[in-house]
Design a protein around this ligand. Structure first.
Ligand code: SF4
Ligand code: SF4
Length: 472
C-alpha cells in the first residue's frame, strides 16, 4: 500500500517514526475576552493597598500604569473564582458577580464554557485547566452522556505522553482492501490502494467566502497546510489568489463537473454530495484525476445505512456523514445525537463485513477536544470541523453572520497569519488532549479507538443497570 502524508514526512528507512508535534505561539485576542465572572472594586472604600495583587495568582489585579498609586480595573476574564482576594481585602472592597455578557454567549449546545475555553486554547495552544475545580454536572445530553474509560491512568506510560513512548494520532483516508491479489509471477495485480495519511483525525470544513471573506479562508488554508490536514472549499466561489493552497484543499463538487475540472485535477481528495447518480459522477472524477480520493457526503436519513453500504461496497473512498450544528440527526425518527447515529452506521457496516474498506468521517456538533475521541469511539475514523475554528477567531456564536457586515468581531477583517496561528493553537490543544485520553486508556494509536464502545461508559446504560432493580 502506498502511503503519502500531507505534511511530507515518510517512515521510509527509519527505525522509529518521526514524532508529529504542533508548534504553537501566542496569538493574543483582538477583543477583551468575556469572562465568567465580573470582579467589582468599590472605589469609595478601596484604600489602594495592593493586597489583592499579592493574593490573586491569576493576575486579575494590577495598578494603573499611568498612576501606580491607584488600582486599575480588574481583568475579570482571568478570574478563576477562588474568592481569595475577596476574603483577604482589608476593607471588604471587592465583590464578584456572574457576568451577564458571559451568560448571553452561544446557546444550549455551544455553551459559554465551550466558547471561552476555545478562545483560550486558540490563544495559547494549551490544555485548559480549571484551578478552582469543576463544579458542573457530570452527565448531560449528547456527548456528555458518554464518558471515556481512562482506567489505565493508574498505569501511565513510563515517561509521560510526551516522552519516549510514541502515541499516534494519525489516520489514513481511503479504501483499504481486505485482501491482495498477485499474478503468476508473484507481482501485485492491479494498482496499489491509494491512501492519504493525515497526522490528526481532524479535517477542516468549508467556510463560505461570501460570508466570512477571503482572509478567513486564507487563515484556514495556512493552518491546514501547516498541520498537514485537509480543508474543504467551494470551487465555484473560491478566490484564485488561494489556488496556491489547492494541494491541501478538498473541492466540494456540485452538478457541473466540467466547470470544476481544474479544481479536481489539482486535488488529493474531492467531495460530492450523495445522489442517485453518485456512481456515474465518481467515475467521471476518476477519469479527470485517477489519483484523487473521492468522498461522498450525506446526512443521516432513514435509509442512510443502505446508502452507506452501497457506497462502501462500491468504490467511494471516504463517506462523510453530516449531523446538524448541534450534533443532531433531524431526518431520523427522534433526532438522535451524532454518537448514536454514527454507531448505527458503523455497526451496519461491521455486520456487512465491509467496515474496514472505507473511511467514515463525521461532522456536526464536534465542539470540544473530548468530542473527537467520543466520535471515533462511536465509529468514525475522523471528524470534520468548522465552527470551533470560527470560535477560535473570537466569534461570539451570535449567529449574526448571515449579514456579513454586522459581525461584532469583524471576522472578515482578521490578519490571515493571526487567524492561522489561532487555529493551529486550537488543534495543538485538541491533539494534546487526545494524547492524554489515549495515554490514559493505554492505547498507542487513535486508529485502535475506532468503534471501541467498550472503551466508553454510557450514562443511560449505567443508570439502567444500577438503579433498575431499585425502582422496579
Ligand atoms: S477571586 Fe481569586 S481568581 Fe478571582 S480575582 Fe480574586 S483572587 Fe483572583
Ligand atoms: S456574526 Fe457572530 S456568529 Fe458570525 S462570525 Fe461574527 S461573532 Fe461569530
Amino acid at each position: 500500500m502506498e502511503v503519502t502524508s500531507m505534511n511530507g514526512w515518510s517512515t521510509a528507512g527509519r527505525t522509529r517514526p518521526v514524532r508529529y508535534s504542533i508548534e504553537t505561539s501566542c496569538a493574543l485576542p483582538r477583543y477583551t475576552p468575556v469572562g465568567r465572572f465580573r470582579v467589582l472594586r468599590h472605589e469609595k472604600t478601596c484604600i489602594n493597598c495592593g493586597r489583592c495583587i499579592k493574593e490573586c495568582i491569576y493576575d486579575v489585579h494590577r495598578r494603573k500604569p499611568e498612576d501606580p498609586r491607584l488600582m486599575d480595573e480588574p481583568l475579570s476574564h482571568l478570574c478563576k473564582n477562588c474568592f481569595r482576594c475577596i476574603q483577604q481585602c482589608p476593607t471588604r472592597s471587592l465583590s464578584k458577580i456572574l457576568n451577564p455578557e458571559y451568560l448571553r454567549l452561544g446557546d444550549e449546545y455551544w455553551t459559554p464554557e465551550i466558547i471561552t475555553s476555545t478562545w483560550l486554547q486558540a490563544e495559547t495552544g494549551r490544555i485548559p485547566v480549571f484551578g478552582a475545580g469543576y463544579r458542573g454536572p457530570f452527565s448531560g445530553p449528547g456527548f456528555d452522556s458518554m464518558w471515556t474509560d481512562m482506567s489505565e491512568i493508574v498505569r501511565p506510560t513510563r515517561d509521560g505522553i510526551h516522552g519516549r513512548e510514541y502515541i499516534h494520532t494519525g489516520i489514513d483516508l481511503g479504501r483499504k482492501p481486505d485482501h491482495l491479489e498477485f499474478d503468476g509471477a508473484g507481482n501485485l495485480a492491479g494498482l496499489p490502494a491509494r491512501v492519504v495519511h493525515l497526522p490528526i483525525p481532524v479535517l477542516f470544513g468549508a467556510f463560505p467566502v461570501d460570508l466570512y471573506g477571503t482572509k478567513v479562508a486564507e487563515a484556514v488554508c495556512l493552518a491546514a497546510r501547516s498541520l498537514g490536514t485537509f480543508f474543504a472549499f467551494d470551487p465555484g466561489n473560491w478566490p484564485s489568489l488561494l489556488n496556491r493552497y489547492s494541494s491541501s484543499g478538498v473541492p466540494r463538487i456540485g452538478d457541473d463537473l466540467e466547470k470544476a475540472r481544474a479544481s479536481i485535477q489539482g486535488a488529493a481528495m474531492v467531495e460530492i454530495p450523495f445522489s442517485k447518480d453518485w456512481g456515474k459522477k465518481l467515475e467521471q472524477i476518476r477519469k479527470i484525476n485517477p489519483d484523487a480520493l473521492v468522498s461522498v457526503a450525506l446526512p443521516f436519513t432513514p435509509d442512510a445505512d443502505t446508502a452507506v453500504e452501497a457506497l462502501a461496497a462500491g468504490s467511494a473512498d471516504v463517506i462523510h456523514l453530516m449531523a446538524d450544528r448541534h450534533g443532531r440527526a433531524p431526518l431520523l425518527p427522534g433526532s438522535p445525537f451524532l454518537k448514536d447515529a454514527l454507531q448505527w452506521i458503523h455497526l451496519h457496516l461491521v455486520e456487512k463485513r465491509i467496515r474496514d474498506e472505507v473511511t467514515l468521517l463525521a461532522s456536526g456538533g464536534i465542539a470540544a477536544a473530548e468530542h473527537v475521541p467520543k466520535a471515533i469511539i462511536s465509529g468514525a475514523d475522523g471528524v470534520v470541523i468548522t465552527y470551533p475554528l470560527l470560535i477560535g477567531l473570537e466569534c461570539l456564536a451570535c449567529r449574526e453572520c448571515s449579514l456579513p457586515d454586522t459581525c461584532p468581531r469583524e471576522i472578515r477583517h482578521i490578519d490571515p497569519d493571526w487567524g492561522a496561528t489561532r487555529m493551529i493553537n486550537l488543534m495543538a490543544a485538541w491533539q494534546n488532549q487526545l494524547l492524554e485520553v489515549l495515554g490514559a486508556m493505554g492505547l498507542r494509536e487513535v486508529r485502535r479507538l475506532r468503534g471501541e464502545t467498550g472503551r466508553a461508559l454510557y450514562f443511560d446504560q449505567l443508570e439502567r443497570e444500577v438503579f433498575q432493580e431499585e425502582f422496579r
